[in-house]
Write a protein that binds this ligand. Structure first.
Ligand code: BES
Ligand code: MN
Ligand code: MN
Length: 460
């Protein structure tokens, strides 16, 4: 029987070609015109799981985008791992800033460029190829279940509904949940993510007059919703970078000296950070380091703002409406619903007479998670990194959100292990997203080692 590393080496180019086929599907979950592509991506994964040797795999229809489930059960006495990932991607706009087409994957050096390369198709595909390799080399030591969704980038509504129904819990029962949808510190320094921030996302619309007006005839006499919206948004932070929504910090825990020391102990070069971003200074909440600001403190950002005339040339218009998309990242212990309500009442109160505010949430949001560092699965992951990457992994707290992780804990009682292989510089959600193929192949070996370790730990 072939060793796993020989098997991976032998089929290396096929693995890459398959990943490229996956990346060619523009499965953008938030755009209704891509519904067929979403379907195609779900079917692609289902077929790939079967081809890898899963006992069975099927599509689970939802009121939104389909889920894909697959499993390989070898022995009910052995530990079972649930692998979660998402096949949906973010929109690729702005297209003109891409050096290659977002849905025509391109390999340059050791990197593969495409929307979804790192988030999350490339990272998730590691698990499909790890499964294939272990089955083909008869070295699979655990039972594996796969659950892949197509709505992660829009809040995981359908999967949340699926989890709300306890009739589905048996299907998903597992000793550990394994997810590759986060980052490591660098290619020289692996890490495991032990916390993610939560999120609340809303769109606000401010309306003034009942139609667009001539800015000469009416300017200075009637509320301009753009002028006012900018002021309202600016009022959401004070001069110290604190969020001004009343009660916003009530549930945010104070960090202990030890927690702060741990958070700041990971290798982090602020100068290099600024340099890669092309900025000469960082900003943020006063009294906190950059790692604390993104890892553990809440934040509020305008994600988009529009209104009035933005076409070529000047048009003298006093717009009737102005719009903005606003997101808040939440610290552990903050409740997404409570934060949403607090935002709605405070933001509405900022609107002066003569204007009206409408606020619509995009999804239920999610709470932050802090994960168990003492579980057998976490130890199996630590050791897998140590073996394959030659260094003990640091633990990190990341600022991004994966909505279903908190729901898994709540509904199934199981913590996830966030064994990501991305890098901060992969440009996820940005033009020229890419993923290191070295990380991809090291990822396959790391995942295989994880299963080996987990089976051994359960035997003890
Ligand atoms: N994989 C990311 C989350 C992430 C990125 C975690 C980097 C840690 C490091 C995920 O796909 C994502 O983008 N989530 C969204 C969730 C939202 C749309 C509900 C996010 O964080 O914006
Ligand atoms: Mn992701
Ligand atoms: Mn994402």
């Amino acid at each position: 029987m072939m060793h796993t590393s020989d098997y991976i080496a032998k089929y290396k180019s096929r693995f890459i070609e398959e990943l490229m086929a996956f990346l060619r599907i523009p499965s953008i979950s938030t755009m209704p015109e891509h519904k067929q592509d979403i379907k195609q991506a779900a079917n692609f994964i289902k077929d790939q799981l079967v081809a890898a040797g899963a006992d069975k795999a099927w599509i689970i229809e939802t009121t939104g985008h389909p889920l894909v489930y697959g499993e390989k059960i070898i022995d009910r006495q052995l530990p079972t791992v649930l692998v979660y990932g998402h096949y949906d991607v973010q929109p690729a706009e702005p297209y003109e800033l891409w050096n290659s087409k977002p849905f025509e994957p391109l390999i340059k050096g050791d990197k593969i460029f495409a929307r979804g390369a790192a988030d999350d198709k490339g990272q998730f595909y590691i698990h499909v190829k790890a499964l294939e390799t272990m089955i083909a080399t008869q070295s699979l030591p655990c039972n594996i279940k796969f659950l892949i969704e197509g709505e992660e980038e829009m809040g995981s509504g359908s999967l949340t509904n699926f989890l709300e129904d306890s009739a589905n819990h048996n299907l998903l029962q597992a000793d550990a949940i394994l997810v590759s949808d986060t980052t490591i510190i660098s290619m020289d320094q692996p890490s495991l993510t032990t916390g993610l921030r939560g999120i609340v996302y809303l769109e606000v619309t401010l309306t003034g007059a009942n139609r667009d007006l001539h800015s000469g005839v009416y300017g200075g006499a009637v509320a301009n919703p753009i002028n006012i919206l900018c002021k309202m948004l600016a009022a959401l932070h004070d001069e110290n970078g604190h969020i001004t929504i009343p009660g916003f910090y009530d549930e945010v825990p104070d960090l202990t000296v030890a927690e702060r020391a741990e958070l700041n102990s990971i290798p982090f070069d602020l100068e290099a950070y600024k340099q890669t971003l092309g900025i000469n200074e960082v900003i943020g909440e006063k009294g906190y380091t950059t790692l604390e600001r993104v890892g553990i403190r809440p934040s509020l950002d305008v994600n988009g703002i529009w209104g009035g005339y933005i076409g070529t040339g000047a048009k003298t218009v006093l717009p009737s409406q102005a719009h903005a998309k606003v997101s808040m990242r939440l610290a552990p212990n903050q409740d997404a619903q409570k934060v949403m309500n607090a935002f709605v009442s405070y933001f509405s109160s900022l609107a002066p007479k003569g204007t009206q505010v409408a606020i619509k949430p995009y999804h239920g949001g999610c709470n932050a998670v802090v994960l168990d560092k003492n579980s057998l699965a976490f130890r199996a992951a630590e050791n897998a990194f140590e073996t394959v990457w030659g260094k003990h992994p640091f633990t990190t707290r990341e600022g991004g959100s994966i909505p279903i992780i908190a729901k898994f804990k709540e509904k199934l009682g199981t913590d996830a292990v966030l064994m990501g292989f991305g890098l901060d510089t992969d440009a996820i959600h940005s033009p020229n997203e890419h993923f290191s193929l070295i990380a991809f192949f090291k990822g396959i070996s790391t995942v295989i080692k994880f299963y080996e370790n987990l089976a051994a730990l359960y035997k003890k």
